[in-house]
Design a protein around this ligand. Structure first.
Ligand code: PGA
Length: 258
């Protein structure tokens, strides 16, 4: 798998809507093994959606999970509960978790480790706020989030992680980073990964862009050298637009053709 198009449904959809979406997407998805497709869905429908996706190219993941195995953690779900539904991945450290629910890099790190221990694919979300960008702190923020998120994780495990760069100011706002700005941030993130694990691992790491990705801007984003996929919120709620995004048109420059 060289690319990954991931949807994040956030707090939307009923079970029936989720299952209908998957059935439609299955029918419309191009058969291209180098392209992965992942749907991160509310825990209420993880099992139903994972069951509907079974046997297809669509992977299913949770939007979050707790790092403990079991215990008195009212309202939380554990990595093995996520696995039990048939899901194989999880988002970790989405900016809404960080900003609204106060998730720190330490918590993010524990969740990444817990996901890896249970064989779930973690998608580590990073990204700066507008204030941080305007104050020239982009690299410092990415560095803190990458170092903090990956603290104590071996190279063998790091090679099983996907990073999603999502500038907070571009999420749900209709403001997309320009392809060049996004690519520059991805190159920066890749360099930070290389500092930790070496260039070879960094070059292979999938770094997704997220923040107002739509059917009409996905092709230009995917044409950038350092962008290996997308994490899509709003435009992943409609099966037509998410199908178009998943079936993006390859310019010949994107990583899928390398
Ligand atoms: P958006 O959300 O595509 O609606 O901007 C992206 C995300 O939050 O992952």
């Amino acid at each position: 798998m060289k690319n990954l198009m991931a949807g994040n449904w956030k707090m939307h959809k009923t079970i029936a809507e989720g299952v209908a979406f998957v059935n439609e997407l299955k029918a419309q998805l191009q058969d291209r093994p180098e392209r992965g497709v992942l749907l991160c869905v509310p825990s209420t429908m993880l099992h139903a959606v994972a069951t509907a996706a079974k046997g297809s190219a669509i992977m299913v993941g949770s939007e979050d999970m707790y790092f403990e195995e079991k215990g008195a953690f009212t309202g939380e779900i554990s990595p093995s509960m996520v696995k039990d539904t048939g899901a194989t991945a999880t988002l970790v450290g989405h900016s809404e978790r960080r900003v609204i629910f106060g998730e720190t890099d330490l918590v993010v790190n524990k969740k990444i480790k817990a996901a890896l221990t249970h064989g779930l694919l973690p998608v580590l979300c990073i990204g700066e706020s507008l204030e941080e960008r305007e104050a020239g702190k982009l690299e410092a923020v990415l560095s803190t989030q990458i170092k903090g998120g990956l603290e104590g994780i071996s190279a063998a495990d790091a090679s099983k992680i996907v990073i999603a760069y999502e500038p907070v100011w571009a999420i749900g706002t209709g403001k997309t980073a320009s392809p060049q700005d996004a690519d520059d941030a991805h190159a920066m993130a890749r360099k930070l990964v290389a500092n930790l694990y070496g260039q070879e691992l960094a070059d292979k790491m999938m770094i997704l862009y997220g923040g107002s990705v739509k059917a009409d801007n996905v092709d230009e984003l995917m044409a950038m050298k350092n962008i290996n996929g997308a994490l899509v919120g709003g435009a992943a709620l409609e099966v037509e637009s998410f199908t178009r995004i998943s079936n993006f048109t390859c310019s010949g420059k994107c990583s899928c053709s390398k």
